[in-house]
Design a protein around this ligand. Structure first.
Ligand SMILES: Nc1ncnc2c1ncn2[C@@H]1O[C@H](COP(=O)(O)OP(=O)(O)OP(=O)(O)O)[C@@H](O)[C@H]1O
Ligand SMILES: [Mg+2]
Length: 509
């Protein structure tokens, strides 16, 4: 790659400072024509005084100033990296990667052995997307002789343009420089180099992340991008790999590792409790870490008990962690804050379900809420948004999709619903919907189509139980009686007579 010439370097710095040729000329005490002549290469050997005045006017930091002066003299860059941009450091992980062998192998394979040039690791907050990206970038390093660049898009106080500039060794752009200008420069620098760009934590600025990918992938034919995001970028050519929580055995290993780091070694007797904690937090690495960090003041058993009360216990002690990783609630709030008002209401309303829901049920419970959810397509759209934001999961069962939330996510959504003016309405609609479903099923249960209706009630058993419990505790006697009546045959067929009797007794007492 040819060495950058002085005119080009001057243009880049001027661009980064957000100055026109005339403004720079005024600051440096030179003429506009002189600047234009230098940038266009009409004057190739500027006088040392001119170079110093320009460096001054551009307020170049020391290392840039040295390079600027050297380039004016026709000297090569003083770094061993030749003309490569200086890659921003990949974050150094606190410990070994636990598990994730299959995910790592799959990511490496996609990045090195397929035509896919944009791979997005998506998944809920704290599930381990960034940690996996660190490992993947490391694993495929040799396949990218052009180096790899790590751009974190999470710092709320840094514009994406500044993040991109920092990661690729460009001077810091001034506040009013837009992303397209910076991408022009980066594309020029990367050229046809075979390099890997890691775009970490894209969800906060997902549109900018999409622009970065589109622009650079189009202009740099051998560039590959590995993105991590709670939400897919939806850019053409993107391959999305959903990252699931850790399997329980790996989560348990992680809990032990983190506990030891806090100076506590769980005993063999505590093993069952450790498993229970890991199951309670669904194997989400961040939540496992936060739970283990509580061993600084609690026993394993106490953590189990506290978690049963509330996930507010999940708060860490690591002062260097980003804010959204210091507590579990902050991690969820990060996603919640990115939703619109309607999406928030819908998210809160969906916490009413136990054991998942269907589009029809979502439509029923949110009917009458402000976002006109009677309309099927609006419900589909809102559901799709929650799935995209990794706040809800899709399960495909026998040709039908059901939706659900991880336990800790549902708990957070339920807290939002408790405070929401629509809470009572949503509860009533949930009860109405499942009472109607049980009543519709009842006449068919012993008929030729019985198996289908029974399996439909099986899928909704958790919701039917929740509806019954709510009817009993809230004193909706008519609905409770109707539900009890409709469920008698089903409960008998499923060997749930004792539970049915218990409902009946609490209704009459
Ligand atoms: N497989 C793993 N082995 C060891 N540590 C892990 C693993 N997965 C995640 N972690 C740790 O768990 C914490 C959360 O992981 P990470 O930051 O990768 O989550 P994330 O999905 O990128 O979250 P966010 O959506 O908030 O960016 C980090 O401290 C990380 O080091
Ligand atoms: Mg991350």
């Amino acid at each position: 790659m040819p060495q950058t010439d002085f005119g080009e370097l001057l243009r880049q710095h001027r661009f980064a400072a957000g100055l026109s040729q005339e403004e720079l000329a005024r600051r440096a005490g030179l003429s506009g024509d002189a600047i234009a002549a230098l940038e266009r290469g009409r004057r190739r050997t500027p006088r040392p005084l001119t170079v110093r005045l320009l460096a001054e006017a551009l307020a170049l930091p020391d290392h840039e100033r040295a390079h600027f002066i050297d380039t004016a003299r026709g000297l090569p860059r003083r770094t061993t990296a030749g003309d490569r941009p200086i890659p921003a450091a990949t974050p150094v992980p606190a410990g070994q990667l636990i598990g994730r062998r299959a995910e790592l192998a799959a990511a490496a394979q996609v990045l090195t052995a397929t035509p896919v040039r944009l791979l997005t690791l998506s998944g809920p907050g704290g599930v381990g997307k960034s940690r996996l990206a660190i490992a993947a970038a490391d694993a495929v390093g040799d396949s990218f002789p052009g180096g790899h660049f790590w751009i974190s898009l999470s710092p709320p106080d840094r514009a994406p343009a500044a993040g991109v500039a920092a990661a690729t060794g460009l001077p810091r752009p001034s506040a009013h420089r837009d992303l397209t200008d910076v991408l022009d420069l980066v594309a020029e620098q990367l050229g046809d180099r075979r390099a890997l760009l890691v775009l970490d934590d894209c969800e906060r600025v997902v549109h900018d992340a999409a622009t970065i990918c589109e622009e650079l992938l189009q202009r740099c034919p051998h560039l590959h991008v590995l993105a991590t995001s709670r939400e897919p970028l939806h850019v053409s050519g993107e391959r999305v790999t959903p990252i699931r929580p850790l399997p329980i055995d790996d989560a348990v290993t992680m809990f032990h590792t983190r506990a030891i780091a806090h100076g506590v070694q769980p005993t063999a007797d505590e093993h069952g409790d450790v498993r229970q904690i890991c199951r309670h937090v669904d194997g989400i690495p961040l939540a496992v870490e936060l739970a283990a960090s509580r061993l600084n003041i609690l026993t394993v058993k106490q953590v189990v008990m506290e978690l049963a009360r509330s996930s507010a216990i999940l708060a860490g002690t690591d002062r260097t962690a980003p804010h959204r990783h210091q507590t579990w609630h902050a991690s969820l709030q990060w996603s919640y804050d990115l939703l619109t008002a309607d999406e928030r209401t819908f998210f809160a309303a969906m916490s009413i379900f136990s054991g998942g829901w269907t589009i029809a049920a979502a439509r029923a419970v949110s009917a009458g809420l402000a976002m006109t959810t009677e309309r099927h397509d609006v419900v589909v759209e809102l559901t799709s948004k929650l799935v995209d934001a990794s706040l809800c999961l899709v399960r495909r069962e026998r040709g039908f999709a059901r939706y659900d939330m991880l336990g800790l996510v549902r708990e957070y959504a339920a807290r939002q619903l408790t405070r929401h003016p629509a809470r009572a309405h949503v509860e009533r609609e949930h009860l109405r919907h499942f009472t109607a479903l049980a009543a519709a099923a009842e006449p068919h249960l012993l008929g030729p189509d019985g198996a289908r209706w029974i399996s439909m009630l099986d899928a909704e058993l958790a919701n039917l139980r929740a509806a019954m419990l709510r009817a009993l505790t809230r004193g909706y006697i008519t609905a409770a009686l109707r539900l009890l009546d409709s469920l008698a045959t089903y409960c008998h067929l499923r060997g749930l007579d004792t539970e049915w009797q218990a409902w009946r007794e609490s209704l009459w007492t």
